[in-house]
Design a protein around this ligand. Structure first.
Ligand code: SAM
Length: 281
């Protein structure tokens, strides 16, 4: 059996009785042209191992394999999907390794060889947590070269947002400080079974070799969390717990203390993080 001989995904779901479970964030993509298109958004796969979270009945997994992935390691929590995935494994020429369990608890690096790309239609309930983990490893560069991930459109917009917009926040700074991030596709609810309430977007993040601007991560993270924790307040108020003389530090960084977090660029946040670090030393 080859990949192109596998049954249609609608039949796979019926044969294996894979009624979607809301608690597991299950909205399946059944159109293999679409899943191949998503796989292509990750660029050339032939010289990379791919980590996929939540393969479900295997639609995106098949796309990744058809588009020539060197190897796919797919972590799926729902054991009901395993027989369907076993059929894909058989047709994969040894390129698919399915691991059963919770992606939040499994270290995928035991199964992957560098270079690595991550491609996934993420379960909504763990998607942001996984993204934040991938963006905040102990050392940079991380284990992956790029992340190609499907989110609810509103989350995708937060990841790529620029200053002076409502969507700009902690996730934007986190993502864009050390990555190039762009939305590469929009996918309407009708493409999924069952259709979700909202539109989805695919975001492609490419890691930078080093951060865009120099800063100490722990200081920057704390600063950004405080600033956006009270995003409607002026910086002199939202940041006052960070230093007794925060107003002078802001002025010394050429940042007006009356500005609000959503107007502050990543470069300015980094400048402020460096000044705070020196002021505390
Ligand atoms: N990749 C498939 C597709 O595109 O049709 C399914 C995507 S569906 C949005 C999310 C998948 O993630 C489901 O198969 C679900 O069972 C799985 N999942 C949910 N939570 C998980 C977790 N913590 N670890 C691994 N997989 C999980």
């Amino acid at each position: 059996m080859t990949l192109s001989d596998l049954p249609a995904l609608r039949d796979v779901i019926a044969t294996h009785d894979l009624a979607a479970k809301k608690s597991l964030g299950q909205n399946f993509l059944l159109d293999l042209n679409l899943t191949s298109k998503i796989a292509r958004m990750a660029g050339d796969l032939s010289d990379h191992d791919i980590l996929e979270i939540g393969p479900g009945p295997g639609g995106l997994t098949r796309g990744l394999l058809m588009e020539g992935a060197r190897k796919v390691v797919a972590i799926e929590r729902d054991e009901r999907c395993l027989p369907a995935l076993a059929e894909v494994t058989k047709a994969s020429d040894g390129r698919l390794n399915v691991i059963t369990g919770d992606a939040l608890k499994i270290d995928p690096l035991d199964h992957l060889t560098s270079p690595i790309k991550v491609v996934a239609n993420l379960p909504y309930n763990v998607g942001t947590e996984l993204l934040v983990r991938w963006l905040t490893p102990q050392t940079w560069p991380p284990f992956w070269d790029s992340l190609t991930l499907m989110f609810q459109k509103e989350v995708a917009e937060r990841i790529v947002a620029k200053p002076d917009s409502k969507a700009y926040g902690r996730l934007s700074v986190l993502a864009q400080w050390r990555c190039d991030a762009k939305i590469v596709m929009e996918i309407p609810p009708r493409a999924f079974t069952p259709p979700p309430k909202v539109t989805s977007s695919v975001v492609h993040l490419t890691r930078l070799e080093k951060p865009r601007f120099e800063a100490d991560w722990s200081v920057l993270e704390h600063l950004v969390a405080k600033a956006f924790g009270q995003r409607r307040k002026m910086l002199r108020a939202s940041l006052k717990q960070l230093h007794p003389d925060i107003e002078s530090i802001l002025n010394a960084c050429d940042i007006l203390p009356t500005r609000r977090a959503e107007t502050v660029s990543i470069e300015e946040f980094c400048r402020l993080a460096n000044a705070l670090k020196s002021a505390r030393a």
